[in-house]
Design a protein. Sequence first.
Length: 186
Amino acid sequence: MRKVIASQLMTVDGYFEAPNQEFVPPPWNDELEKFSNEVTTGAGALLFGRVGFQMMKAFWEPAGTDPTSPSYDLAQIMNRLPKVVFSRTLNGDPGWNGRVARDAVSEVTKLKLEPGGPLVVFGSAEMMGALVAEGLVDEIILMVNPLVMGGGSPLFKGGHSRIPLKLLSARGLDNGVVLLRYEVAK
C-alpha cells in the first residue's frame, strides 16, 4: 500500500498563510532545496488543492526551463511527476502533468491501493486536514518557518479527534527552519 506524506510549511505560531492569504515562504537555502529533493525524488504523485496547484505550477514550470535557476534540478522533478488537483471549480486538463479530481478522500483511498511511490501532499491545508481526519495520511513533515506571523490561516483547523504522532526526525537548518518528520499513529 502506498504511503501518503503531507509536507507542509508553517510558521512558529502555526500558520501556513498570512491574514490576506499571502504565501510567506521560509528563507530558501541549499539545505531546504536538498530536503525538498529528497521528499519528491521517490514520490509517485503529488496531491494539491486548486490554489496550491496553481501557485506551484506558476513557479515550477518556468523554473524548469531555465538551467541557471537555483531551483532547476528540483523543478525537473516537480514538473515530471504526475499530479492530482482536487477542486470543485476546475474542469478539463489543468496542465502541468495534472488531472482534476473532486473528492480527495475517495480518490486518495483508491490511489493508496495502486502500486507506486508515495503520494505527497504539498500545501493544501484544507485537503490535508480532510485526509488526516480520515486516517489516510501516514507521515507529516513540518517545515517550520522561523517567523511568528501573529495571524492568518492555521495549518491544523481541528474538527477531528486527537491524532497521536511519533517523531521520526527533527533537524534545524542554517536558515532557522526546523524540519520535523512524524509518523501518524494508526
